[in-house]
Design a protein around this ligand. Sequence first.
Ligand code: HEM
Ligand SMILES: *[C@@H]1O[C@H](CO)[C@@H](O)[C@H](O)[C@H]1NC(C)=O
Ligand SMILES: *[C@@H]1O[C@H](CO)[C@@H](O)[C@H](O)[C@H]1NC(C)=O
Ligand SMILES: *[C@@H]1O[C@H](CO)[C@@H](O)[C@H](O)[C@H]1NC(C)=O
Ligand SMILES: *[C@@H]1O[C@H](CO)[C@@H](O)[C@H](O)[C@H]1NC(C)=O
Length: 321
Amino acid sequence: MAANSGFKLNHLLIFACLIGIASAQLSTKFYDKTCPKAVKIITKAVDDAVSNETRMGASLLRLHFHDCFVQGCDASVLLDDTENFTGEKNSFPNANSLRGFEVIDNIKSQLEKSCPGVVSCADILAIAASESVGALGGLRWNVALGRRDSITASLSESNSDLPAPFLDLSGLITAFSNKGFTTEEMVTLSGAHTIGQVKCRFFRDRIYNETNIDISYAKAMQAACPFESGDENLSPFDSKTAATFDNAYYQNLVKLKGLVHSDQQLFVNGSGETDSQVSRYSRNMGRFKKDFSDAMLKMSILNPLTGSDGQIRTNCHFINA
Ligand code: HEM
Ligand SMILES: *[C@@H]1O[C@H](CO)[C@@H](O)[C@H](O)[C@H]1NC(C)=O
Ligand SMILES: *[C@@H]1O[C@H](CO)[C@@H](O)[C@H](O)[C@H]1NC(C)=O
Ligand SMILES: *[C@@H]1O[C@H](CO)[C@@H](O)[C@H](O)[C@H]1NC(C)=O
Ligand SMILES: *[C@@H]1O[C@H](CO)[C@@H](O)[C@H](O)[C@H]1NC(C)=O
């Protein structure tokens, strides 16, 4: 009798726990008990990687973006292709372009030593993005934790849902509105291009064929991006302060010095739909940094897997066996 009610009580407790876990929301305290050092380990490794190579901050921010826009922030972007599985790494926006994977791997292996099987790859990406922006002079956002990792990826969604650099304003607005973002938030998030680099093949059309570009700027960029070669040559989006998270991106747009077609779409001639917001950010860095951090917080909670959905991958490249 006593044994039987103990058995029932156990079942009740297990049941209650499962419900509790299933309804768990993301929380900044998620790892406080299970892996108290998690956030410190991640931010320290990101700070080290960014001080070794400032561009890594840009690369880690982009990784989180490319994760969240495809199936939500579930680390799907980190899955490798295998003979049984197709990942997102070979999509048009990602192939030969996304970087920073080894920084995530290094963090993951440290975490697996401290608290095996506890911290998700998706949460690593989320903290790394915020810490990268902070390390380069922007505002960190309050990253809530508890995302779990997907057991699937979508090459086709990666191709269709990530915005392409040849999009016009209306295409950019649609791509972001499909993920729940306003036009204003799209303009804000595009300011990420105040850091990092871009390959010649993504801006050649603009510097040779477009007319809404500052002539001396186009000439200077042509020197770095030949008409018929150098597809993979890199140039900073923002030639003056590529390693600082400032508002120079918008100051460049106002001067028609946006490097990629999609960037310059945000500012036409002073009377375009999004021109006034670009002008405002070009004059008010504080406003941009605050809006960016708010919009990233929103991006970071796109469709997370929680509770018992997904898994905590042991190796970010592969689903657990
Ligand atoms: C608005 C639509 C966007 C388009 C069309 C776009 C397109 C691109 C392209 C073509 C590159 C260069 C890739 C290469 O040369 O290999 C790039 C780089 C980058 N993008 Fe975007 N992007 C957009 C929005 C965003 C957003 C919302 C973020 C983050 C919040 C972001 C963050 C970055 C960063 C930081 C880099 C530089 C990465 C590095 O240096 O490794 N982009 N983007
Ligand atoms: C530092 O950055 C360089 C590229 O600038 C890279 O080759 C190297 O692996 C990095 N070292 C560490 C320890 O991250
Ligand atoms: C692919 O699936 C087969 C059959 O289930 C399995 O034996 C093999 O190890 C898998 N390969 C990889 C790389 O996971
Ligand atoms: C520029 O436009 C011309 C005419 O449309 C086209 O033939 C050429 O390939 C374009 N050049 C570049 C670099 O995009
Ligand atoms: C500015 O560009 C917009 C959109 O392309 C156009 O409708 C408008 O006529 C232009 N205004 C001026 C003053 O050039």
